[in-house]
Design a protein around this ligand. Structure first.
Ligand code: SF4
Length: 431
């Protein structure tokens, strides 16, 4: 899928050029100027963190936590090893933006991580890349080698006395390794299962050392912030929602792909950029932030702007920015069954409410789709969900419950019809 860019990460990146990812192309676009500026002007760690804080950058992986604030939690005077880690374990249905960052503009991420390493006083960083991303993993390794040879990584970077190296790590494709503590376990060579928290990674992270983990897009936004200034970045978005953001638009649109747009852009404009609805069909529903974000019906979604606050006010989450567009032909019972199966498959099994609950959610929805729904099944789904959410080690259980609650709330008549008539209201043969 192509990248349709108009933002800070993909500005000037011609994705039709096979070498657009290379170091030369990145430098020609102004790449590594931010790092040079920091090292030449001897910006302090506090200066860099303050700039990132002032930019209003919020974590692009899903939680939307302020990046600068997260960086300030790192104990900078800690005497031993500490790490920065990038989460490129992009495995949520609908999400494909981080893959395109390492495919088309990997040096923006590398430069962002070097700056993060400088700001937090770390000497090493790791980029954990999802196991189903093969070619781009190899390409990222090549980009790292380019950066090393050019003196941007390694000892005495650009003659400044600052040492930092960065390594890529290929996962095995488990969705749960996108949870930051499961990612750390996997990076250490163990089974990728979430840890109990606290302690949080800022104090007990990789190999038990202080660690800051950010999403790929968050790191890749940092060079622009340092080079062009926090205020410029902030003004690209709207208050409390600074900057631009990548949205992965998939589903029933004419031009699915990644769109980098200002936070606060109306959803209707994003839909238009994506070529509008395919085959002239009507919009029925949208999942605005990856499969764990609650689904919103068309009328609510068309009133939203694409930013954290507007989507939250509408009852969903901006999440990772994966926008799944569904037309009038979609059977919402079948669509929910697909999502429920995903979470059931991806539960790591540590917690009983999640391991058993995701299975129950899937089984009940599966029987409703197949004409065997029972009176009381919607109440049963509710009860199972209530016994899962907030009762587990990590948020996967909540992520499995959100779609169930929102689908059965906004499209209840489809579920009731299927239970009552033994068949779905909308033919799901093609869904
Ligand atoms: Fe594993 Fe689910 Fe528990 Fe998360 S909530 S730790 S995925 S069992």
């Amino acid at each position: 899928m192509a990248v349709f860019a108009n933002g800070v990460i993909f500005d000037g990146v011609d994705t039709s050029q096979p070498d657009c990812w290379r170091l030369d192309a990145y430098v020609a676009r102004g790449g590594y100027q931010a790092l040079r500026r920091i090292l030449d002007s001897k910006m302090t760690q506090e200066d860099v963190i303050a700039e990132v804080k002032n930019s209003g950058l919020r974590g692009r992986g899903g939680a939307g936590f302020p990046t600068g604030l997260k960086w300030s939690f790192m104990p900078r005077s800690f005497p031993g090893d500490k790490y920065v880690v990038c989460n490129t374990d992009e495995g949520e249905p609908g999400t494909f933006k981080d893959r395109d960052i390492i495919r088309y503009n990997p040096h923006s991420l590398i430069e962002g991580m070097i700056i993060a390493g400088y700001a937090m006083g770390t000497k090493a960083g790791y980029n954990y890349i999802h196991g189903e991303i093969f070619e781009d993993y190899v390409l990222f390794e090549e980009a790292l080698e380019e950066a090393r040879k050019a003196g941007f990584l390694g000892q005495n970077i650009l003659g400044s006395g600052f040492n930092f190296d960065l390594f890529a790590h290929h996962g095995y494709g488990a969705y749960i390794c996108g949870e930051e503590t499961a990612l750390l376990e996997s990076l250490e060579g163990k089974k990728g299962q979430p840890r109990f928290k606290p302690p949080f990674p800022a104090s007990f992270g990789l190999y038990g050392k202080p660690t800051t983990i950010n999403n790929t897009e968050s790191f890749a936004s940092v060079p622009f912030i340092i080079r062009d200034g926090a205020q410029t970045f902030l003004e690209k978005g709207k208050p409390n929602n600074g900057g631009t953001k990548l949205f992965s638009v998939s589903g029933h649109v004419n031009r699915p792909g990644n769109y980098e747009i200002a936070l606060g852009t109306p959803f209707s404009e994003l839909l238009e950029m994506a070529g509008g609805m395919r085959d002239g069909k009507k919009l029925k529903a949208v999942i605005p932030g990856g499969s764990s974000a609650p689904v919103l019906p068309a009328d609510i979604m068309m009133q939203c702007t694409m930013d954290y606050d507007s989507i939250a006010k509408a009852g969903s989450m901006l999440g990772s920015g994966a926008v799944i567009v569904m037309n009038e032909d979609v059977c919402m019972v079948k669509a929910l069954e697909r999502l429920a199966y995903f979470y059931h498959e991806e539960s790591c099994g540590q917690c009983t409410p999640c391991r058993e609950g995701t299975g129950w959610l899937y089984k009940v929805i599966h029987r409703i789709v197949n004409g065997q729904g029972r009176k009381g099944d919607l109440e049963l789904l509710d009860s199972v969900g209530n016994n899962m959410a907030g009762r587990t080690i990590c948020a996967l259980a909540d992520a499995a419950v959100f779609p169930v609650r929102s689908f059965t709330k906004h499209f209840r008549e489809e579920f009731e019809y299927a239970i009552e008539h033994g068949k779905t209201l909308v033919d799901h043969k093609w869904c």
